[in-house]
Design a binder for this molecule. Structure first.
Ligand SMILES: Cc1cc2nc3c(=O)[nH]c(=O)nc-3n(C[C@H](O)[C@H](O)[C@H](O)COP(=O)(O)OP(=O)(O)OC[C@H]3O[C@@H](n4cnc5c(N)ncnc54)[C@H](O)[C@@H]3O)c2cc1C
Length: 490
């Protein structure tokens, strides 16, 4: 393998000649800035970065690396790096942006470095929505090829299930257009098998006819964690597929960046996305509202373009470790084991411990089968912690606790399929760190909207705030302004 800074120095000029985009070496001023991503714990250290500007650039970059046996890595937003790049060539797809919507066919074509908020905005103009996830800032491709567990998963399945075509440059430097009819093994594998099959330059998928939903979050005082988590678990068994929800135990540090109601304490955050009417949503959620002392309630009828307010994921980079696993069953004993490790009084280092309800369409095989496995999982569990070694023992302890209490908890086997490489041992959305409402900005006053549901602010019991989240709506992220901070060492 030919790696190392000396090789990179001589090779950079040649690669520059072959690309329309720029090539950066470690000594270049923009090098560190280009490596910055959302998860700032990751320190990529490639020899070269190729700032690709189209599929032709990607082909050239991959062929160049293949000829020199250089490892290739890909970065769009840095929301989900699995491993830091060490040596070789990093392909930065940030400039591969673009969305085109076919409102009649209800499909979207998206370039390889596009972020979800761009698609959400474009689709909303036609009363349509993509199967995006909790944060509008994640990359469409990274999210979708990992499965993509979104806000409407129980109604419409994983994002990968609606993909109709993937344009991808494989390790031999060739472009493929994989669909249900051509390059079918590749098409199966790349929808759920993540970034193991090449560099995706564009992706096409179906949109769903959703323009609004009833959603938001209920924040409960952490002292009532046991009551709320048990109540939520039981409640999930009663709700229709039109309702997708999750719950997170939030342990936010006592720092200014955190909204005061979350700061330095344990809080339980239940997130709701209901595709039925607001009245039905209110009725369905009613039993949850009384599960414990409610601190903040943001549930309201909202356009899908504001769906990022449901989880209120942070918009600025943070360093974190995340782990996730799928649960076939979440019974009472499993919740007790979870509360013992992450509930009130627990010596828990996790900022968030999140459970997402699965089932519904997420539990069914899609029309065109793909590599998303674990369709029998009932819940997804994930943790997010600040850098520390302890998560490993935490997981071991939790799994042991769950097993000891006779809980059927396991990593289900991946979907069997002909392609052995694609039978990934990772869960469908392995990079999924759950919800992090950490450095989001929140308003200090309750909502002033006068809609029927907005008026609930005045009706809320004392101490319960009805508020609009102040996370910047997706429209406030200019497509050409990366949201990562200035480069390391700047
Ligand atoms: C705040 C936050 C919220 C999230 N919410 C959800 C959620 O609701 N549901 C869910 O399923 N996941 C969620 N995720 C996980 C996220 O979808 C994955 O981490 C995803 O990989 C991010 O892709 P990216 O391109 O933004 O990140 P990057 O770190 O840039 O890319 C991550 C990986 O994706 C692959 N990749 C990216 N682009 C390409 C490409 N063009 N070709 C080939 N491979 C590529 C590469 O393997 C790369 O290492 C969330 C993550 C964060 C940080």
């Amino acid at each position: 393998m030919t790696t190392g800074k000396s090789v990179a120095r001589s090779a950079a000029a040649e690669l520059s000649e072959r690309l329309r985009g720029r090539v950066l070496r470690a000594r270049d001023v923009d090098f560190a800035r280009e490596l910055e991503g959302f998860n700032s714990i990751t320190e990529h250290d490639p020899d070269l970065i190729a700032l690709v500007s189209g599929a032709a650039d990607v082909r050239e970059a991959v062929s160049f690396a293949a000829a020199r046996h250089l490892p290739v890595s890909v970065q769009a937003t840095g929301h989900g790096p699995s491993l830091p790049a060490s040596g070789g060539l990093l392909i930065s797809t940030r400039r591969l942006r673009g969305v085109s919507i076919d409102p009649v066919a209800r499909t979207a074509r998206v370039e390889g470095g596009t972020q979800w908020f761009e698609v959400i905005q474009a689709a909303a103009k036609h009363g349509l929505a993509p199967l995006s996830g909790s944060s509008p800032l994640t990359g469409v491709v990274g999210y979708t090829i990992g499965g993509g567990l979104g806000l409407m998963a129980r109604r419409y399945g994983y994002a990968a299930d609606l993909v109709t075509a993937v344009e991808i440059v494989t390790a031999d430097g060739r472009s493929h257009r994989a669909t249900a009819d051509q390059d079918t093994d590749l098409f199966w594998a790349v929808r759920g098998g993540k970034g193991n099959f090449g560099v995706v330059t564009a992706i096409e998928f179906r949109l769903v006819p959703v323009s609004r939903l009833y959603g938001g979050g209920l924040f409960f005082a952490g002292e009532a964690s046991a009551e709320v988590v048990h109540a939520w678990r039981e409640w999930t068994a009663t709700v229709p597929e039109e309702l997708t929800s999750s719950l997170a135990l939030l342990r936010m540090p006592d720092i200014e960046a955190i909204p005061p109601f979350l700061r330095g304490r344990l809080t339980v955050h239940v997130r709701i996305a209901h595709l039925g009417s607001a009245d039905d949503g209110e009725r369905l959620v009613a039993p949850l509202r009384t599960a414990g002392p409610l601190v903040v309630d943001t549930l309201a009828d909202m356009p899908y373009s504001r769906s990022g307010e449901i989880h209120q994921d942070p918009t600025e980079p943070i360093p974190y470790n995340e782990r996730s696993m799928m649960l076939r069953v979440l019974d009472e004993a499993a919740v007790d084991a979870l509360l013992q490790l992450a509930g009130p009084g627990a010596d828990c280092i996790d900022l968030t411990v999140e459970l997402r309800q699965l089932g519904g369409a997420a539990g069914r095989a899609p029309e065109v089968p793909n590599a998303v496995g674990h369709r029998d999982a009932a819940f997804a569990l994930s943790t997010l912690s600040l850098p520390d070694d302890r998560p490993r023992w935490w997981w071991t302890a939790w799994r042991r606790g769950a097993r000891d209490s006779a809980t059927s908890t396991s990593w289900p086997a991946p979907t069997p399929r002909t392609s052995p490489r694609a039978a990934t041992s990772r869960p469908p959305s392995p990079g999924w760190p759950g919800s992090r409402p950490w450095p989001t900005r929140t308003t200090s006053s309750a909502s002033t909207t006068t809609s029927r549901h907005g008026r609930r602010a005045a009706e809320s019991p004392p101490g319960v705030e009805r508020r609009r989240s102040a996370m910047p709506p997706p429209g406030q992220y200019p497509a050409d302004t990366p949201r990562w901070k200035a480069g390391r060492g700047d």
